[in-house]
Design a protein around this ligand. Structure first.
Ligand SMILES: Cc1cc2nc3c(=O)[nH]c(=O)nc-3n(C[C@H](O)[C@H](O)[C@H](O)COP(=O)(O)O)c2cc1C
Length: 348
């Protein structure tokens, strides 16, 4: 168990509040999808009503290539949010991640806020979550086994968040020995490990090193959506440093770069970072992702509009993915991956 840190729960609450009520998105960098257009295929022979959006996620069939990203847990309001997010995931047949389980190592006050996810989403893969800073100073793998068991996780996510830690009050900026610890974890715990960023992107070199050390899924979580330096700057009421607010590699770039590793390696590539609609989602898959994910837009929807509206928003997003597939000649996700995007500068 970690030492009691009275601020973890408070911080998680502030993150939810800031993400719901403040503007914390990148303000001079986009996720890059607007630079591409679809390759319209006039000779489509697809039966629109037979388009198949299902895919597999670590061997399990899921209804859409979409994941509700790791967000919260470990604070009072998280239980209700996670409870509702899990209902959405279960209803839609898509995987869901819990927020950092660090707080669950401090005491058991908020264990229910994490456990509720599996209780409400027992038909779909549930992902655990812990930060790289905690992994770097891990004394025993038993700590991670404990977190996996606590929520009956099918896979464990390690979030890499150096930009966030840098701007967080008392952030943990010592990641010495991280990769060695990751290697040990992936060797000794027999579930898939996924590495993710939180909005600054994973480049090809980092992805390669992670895969070489046993990581089986990479969520590139690129720039263009929620900026976690922005969240922390706002939380600290500190001076706004625009260059760091907008630090990171755009989502579309990270997907393309990391997808190059697919030629020689088998891993699941997850696209996230500012994905808000069916067009961006379809483009992420054509650029090389296996599935896409989203965080803050889903949080806003669940809190502001509730379960039914969130389900119908995600359904609507996939109606648009379906239309894109129809117009590009793809009857399933595998075929969508084989279509191509055109850089807008080639069009004019
Ligand atoms: C309120 C909130 C809390 C988050 N907490 C975590 C976390 O505990 N662990 C994690 O890996 N990512 C966390 N994230 C980051 C997201 O999973 C995601 O990588 C990031 O927000 C970028 O995606 P987006 O642009 O769709 O929001 C959080 C996001 C939000 C909105």
């Amino acid at each position: 168990m970690l030492n009691q840190n009275e601020n973890t729960s408070e911080r998680k609450k502030d993150h939810i509040d800031l993400c719901l009520n403040e503007s914390v998105v990148f303000n001079n960098k986009t996720n890059g999808f607007e630079k591409y257009d679809f390759d319209h295929f006039a000779l489509t022979e697809i039966d629109y009503n037979k388009i198949d959006l299902t895919t597999k996620f670590f061997g399990k069939k899921i209804k859409y290539p979409f994941l509700i990203s790791c967000m919260t847990g470990g604070t009072g309001e998280a239980k209700n949010i996670n409870s509702n997010l899990a209902i959405v995931a279960n209803e839609l047949g898509i995987p869901i991640g819990v927020g950092s389980q660090r707080q669950a190592l401090e005491d058991s006050t908020f264990h229910e806020s994490y456990k509720i996810i599996k209780q409400n989403a027992n038909k779909v893969p549930v992902l655990g979550n812990i930060g790289a800073a905690q992994v770097a100073c891990l004394i025993s793998n038993d700590t991670i086994k404990y977190l996996v068991d606590l929520i009956e996780a099918e896979a464990m996510v390690i979030h890499l968040n150096p930009v966030q830690e840098l701007f967080q009050k008392n952030g943990e900026t010592n990641f010495t020995g991280l990769l060695k610890k990751i290697k040990k974890l992936t060797r000794e715990i027999n579930i898939p490990f996924i590495a993710k960023e939180v909005g600054a992107g994973i480049n090809r070199k980092a992805a390669r090193l992670l895969i070489e050390n046993g990581i089986r899924g990479i969520d590139i979580a690129g720039a263009g959506g929620t900026s976690w330096s922005a969240v922390e700057m706002k939380r600290n009421n500190s001076e706004i440093e625009t260059e760091f607010w907008n630090w990171g590699l755009p989502t579309s770039y990270c997907i393309k770069e990391t997808a190059k590793l697919k030629k020689k390696n088998f891993f699941t590539l997850i696209a996230s970072g500012g994905i808000t609609n069916g067009f961006e989602l379809a483009k992420s898959i054509i650029l090389g992702a296996d599935i896409a994910a989203s965080a803050r837009p889903i949080l806003k929807s669940i809190v502001n509009n509730g379960v039914d509206a969130t389900i119908s928003e995600i359904d609507k997003m996939f109606e648009n993915v379906k239309k894109v597939m129809y117009l590009t000649g793809a009857s399933n996700i595998k075929e969508l991956k084989k279509t191509r995007l055109i850089k807008k500068e080639e069009l004019y």
